[in-house]
Design a protein around this ligand. Structure first.
Ligand code: SF4
Length: 517
């Protein structure tokens, strides 16, 4: 659990504010539409994309099923290559381990290459409390850090900012963190990139300790793999004397050969590139090259609990490509901050409530942050059926039930505020199970249709119908219409007059079409 996001409002309340921000929506719409079109073209170039997608899902599923074995193999390989492996059960554990490792070097500054796991656990804040400054070196992360902001996208954390806003952030804040931006800095991408390059170079050349994440960890060799576009990550991974990598345990793949699949699917899905510009791999330590000391912090933080859920565990296949964010109509309008987590968008809506549980109002609201349109499933390169998991988690929120928490099976109560929904669903189930009651309900609803309100009553009903009209009931149910039609048809047969298409009361759909039977 991260300390960064505690106390944020539920998704609907946060989204209410962000959807009113027209500049944010314009920035997001422009960025997501551009990348979505490029991704579709890059994926369309591969005739075997469905096979690659299936292979990626199969590799991940196999690894997750045997994660205990592969993690031990990984530990052995990393240790044999000169690295040290640390096991962190939760965020506090991981933060404590990293803080102690940095303190042991005697340094008070670290450079970081983008790592979602360290955002998840709030590492920067934990280091700051211990008097250690962490400098983000990924360009978008740098923008977010200088702007005292939070990331809002997996791949482009500053997607909510446009060039003018970035120029202002650089001019205002760079001087406080190190080398200032030039006074006459314009908002041209080349000038912004050059200002960031000069600012960061100073940090790279000074830093003795780096903290990184990893996209993949190869169990058979103990190799860490980072894919990036800027080269800043490579500077972080090679220049400092000590390298500490904090990686979620689900990033393991069994063999080097497995990378063949993901090195094709990840770049195309995320940046629409055939191949990412920089792929850095390191295995423990090597004499006269790269860091002298390497530590790997294996982070659980709710992952084994997620693994225990047969439906929800597919979320652990995620390779953080962000394709699902770029196609999601909800993300596009609400923006990443509304999800209150390091993981926004569709993947965040299923991963966060599993890693953090559904006890808070925010986490219980996340499975509802979707229209269930299924676009996220269509684009996912590891075929995670996100809508299915969303529905599964909604059931957990409304009904409670058995979950695994810190390795033990526990029964959780339904989340607060869902009593009306639960009662409505139970009533609907009972009614649908009893045909006579269902018929009576339909008749009653039809006869009273003139009195039906346009908005549903109660807190839950209001939340649902405030932004959409309740459907109008037809004057006649399909069941009544069908029976009437059957009766009329039989009467026609009896009298030898044929089917009574268009007869009195037969006003339902399809009447008069193909009437003879
Ligand atoms: S859920 Fe699938 S599409 Fe979304 S970030 Fe993960 S791998 Fe990419």
């Amino acid at each position: 659990m991260s300390g960064t996001y505690v106390g944020l409002p539920s998704f609907p309340r946060a989204a209410q504010d962000s959807t009113k921000d027209t500049r944010l929506r314009a920035n997001l719409t422009h960025a997501t539409h551009t990348i979505r079109a490029k991704r579709a073209a890059a994926v369309g170039e591969l005739a075997d994309w469905p096979a690659l997608r299936a292979a990626g899902a199969a590799i991940k599923d196999h690894t997750l099923r045997h994660l205990d074995h592969y993690l031990l193999q990984l530990e052995e390989a990393v240790t044999a290559a000169g690295g040290t492996v640390h096991w962190a059960a939760d965020a506090d554990d991981a933060n404590r381990i990293v803080t102690e490792l940095v303190r042991a070097t005697g340094e008070t500054e670290v450079v970081k290459v983008k790592s979602m796991a360290t955002q998840e656990i709030g590492l920067n804040e934990a280091l700051a409390e211990a008097g250690i400054h962490a400098y983000e070196t990924d360009l978008a992360e740098l923008i977010v850090q200088l702007g005292d902001d939070r990331p809002s996208h997996i791949l482009v954390p500053a997607i909510h900012k446009n060039r003018r806003e970035i120029r202002d952030i650089f001019t205002d804040a760079m001087g406080r963190w190190g080398r200032p931006a030039p006074q006459d800095l314009s908002d041209s991408p080349a000038e912004l990139a050059e200002a960031a390059r000069l600012h960061l170079r100073e940090k790279f050349l000074r830093a003795k300790v780096a903290v990184s994440g990893a996209n993949f960890m190869v169990a058979e060799t103990g190799t860490m793999v980072v894919l990036e576009s800027e080269g800043n990550g490579r500077m972080c991974l090679t220049l400092p004397e000590t390298l500490i990598s904090v990686v979620g345990i689900e990033k393991t793949v069994p063999s080097f050969r497995d990378l063949e699949v993901f090195l094709q699917t990840l770049p195309r899905s995320s940046t629409a590139e055939r191949m990412n510009p920089y792929t850095s791999m390191w295995t423990g330590t090597t004499d006269d090259d790269g860091p002298r000391t390497f530590h790997l912090v294996l982070l659980d933080n709710g992952r084994t609990d997620t693994l225990a859920d047969p439906t929800g565990r597919a979320a652990l296949r995620c390779i953080r490509c962000s394709a699902c964010l770029n196609v999601c109509p909800v993300y596009e309008r609400a923006g990443g901050h509304a999800y209150g987590s390091a993981y926004p968008g569709p993947i965040g809506a299923i991963l966060t409530p599993q890693l953090r549980g559904t006890a808070t109002e925010l986490d219980a609201s996340l499975p509802y942050a979707s229209s269930l349109c299924g676009a996220c499933y269509d684009v996912c390169p590891v075929a995670i059926d996100i809508p299915q998991i969303l529905v599964h988690l909604r059931e957990r929120v409304v009904q409670g039930g058995q979950v695994t928490l810190r390795g033990s099976r526990t029964t959780i109560k339904p989340a607060k505020g869902h009593a009306t929904e639960r009662a409505a669903m139970r009533a609907a189930r009972w009614t649908l199970d009893h045909p006579a009651a269902w018929r009576t309900t339909q008749k009653l609803a039809t006869r009273t249709r003139a009195l039906h309100p346009r908005h549903a009553p109660g807190h839950t009903g209001k939340a649902w119908s405030d932004s959409r009209d309740l459907p109008e009931l037809p004057a006649q149910s399909f069941r009544d219409w069908w029976q009437q039609r059957e009766r009329a048809a039989s009467a026609g047969k009896d009298t030898g007059k044929g089917p009574a298409a268009g007869g009195a009361g037969t006003t339902g759909p399809g009447v008069g079409e193909g009437g003879s039977r």
